[in-house]
Design a protein around this ligand. Structure first.
Ligand code: FAD
Length: 293
């Protein structure tokens, strides 16, 4: 089912989705599939699968997305990037998606591969996600989502310029937005208002990553530019040696953050599940009474 149908079927209701990534180790595939089976309890509208910088990782995205759709029976979104890909490479991957009955793509420019500081356009490839989106849209076979950045993409000159870029992505054929993780809901509300002012009238799903490990979240926010509010950061720093205390702080914060988002008419919640089910389930259950399904 394409995004447009997923959203049409859920008018006035929340969309609940989550992201997984292809494991590096073959052994971890079964554990990932167990996670996805376990997360059936939250009845996701779709699961999205990230796309790496190259090589076998990309075929793993295809394999996992296909398994989720065709064997586990949940609607799926395959991420696709412009990194190290010509237009021809992109068309080949889209052909594979189509063969596997994958109907939705999150179209991204992509992060530079490890060891490279900046994104470089591949000769014969795309420079920006907006170009990839225009290309996929011409193909006509896929529902297309775009990435949004409530706290601005790190390379964008300003939030306004970044929202102009989002508008380009929507005008080129994206039908909905999934956001980068953030911890300050006010930045999301400001972003949503700005999108409204720029005539971006599509569903915007806020992306939520529960903090479960201090070191990994520090790495993550360094990469994506998300800001941790001072009070939360202080609490995390005070407890950084205590793994279970960090997890409790992170889960309590995610519950409070999501509850506030749901009270403020968000279109849905997109969980960065990090291939784990238990904490996502307990967060979901804590806010369940506010979710309209
Ligand atoms: P773009 O929309 O192309 O924007 C990139 C930068 O260029 C922005 O600063 C933008 O403002 C600027 N820009 C765009 N167009 C123009 C223009 N015409 N002129 C001047 N400036 C312009 N990365 C992966 O590698 N794999 C994944 O699976 C993945 N999944 C993600 C999922 C989500 C929900 C999100 C939010 C991000 C994900 N990323 C992933 C990270 C993403 O690839 C990076 O943030 C990347 O740096 C930007 O991708 P984009 O699609 O937003 O790029």
């Amino acid at each position: 089912m394409k995004f447009s149908d997923i959203y049409n079927n859920k008018k006035g209701k929340h969309i609940i989705s989550y992201e997984v990534f292809p494991p590096k180790n073959d052994m971890d595939f079964n554990s990932l599939y167990r996670t996805i089976e376990d997360l059936k309890d939250i009845n996701p509208d779709y699961v999205s699968v990230t796309y790496g910088a190259g090589g076998s990782n990309r075929n793993r995205t295809l394999e996992i997305a296909s398994t989720i759709k065709n064997k586990i029976g949940i609607e799926v979104v395959a991420h696709l990037t412009c990194v190290n890909a010509t237009v021809h490479d992109t068309d080949l991957m889209l052909e594979c998606f189509k063969k596997e009955n994958i109907e939705n793509v999150l179209a991204l420019r992509g992060d530079p591969p490890q060891g490279q500081e900046n994104f470089t356009q591949t000769i014969g490839g795309f420079a920006y996600a907006s170009e990839l989106i225009a290309h996929i849209s011409k193909n006509g076979n896929f529902g297309i989502a775009a990435a949004g950045y409530p706290e601005k993409h790190p390379e964008a000159a300003s939030l306004e310029a970044d929202v102009e870029n989002l508008k380009r992505k929507i005008d080129n054929g994206a039908t909905n937005v999934i956001t980068q993780l953030f911890f300050n809901n006010d930045s999301f509300y400001r972003y949503r208002d700005l999108c409204g002012k720029k005539n971006i009238n599509v569903k915007i799903e806020p992306g939520i990553m529960p903090i479960l490990n201090f070191k990994s979240i520090q790495r993550m926010v360094h990469l994506c530019g998300a800001k941790i509010p001072a009070k939360l950061l202080g609490d995390l720093e005070k407890n950084q040696e205590n793994i279970s205390a960090i997890k409790k702080i992170g889960i309590d914060y995610a519950i409070e953050q999501i509850a506030n988002l749901l009270d403020n008419q968000v279109d849905g919640i997109h969980f960065y599940a990090m291939n784990k089910s238990e904490d996502i389930k307990s967060i979901y259950n804590a806010v369940k009474s506010k979710i309209i399904r």
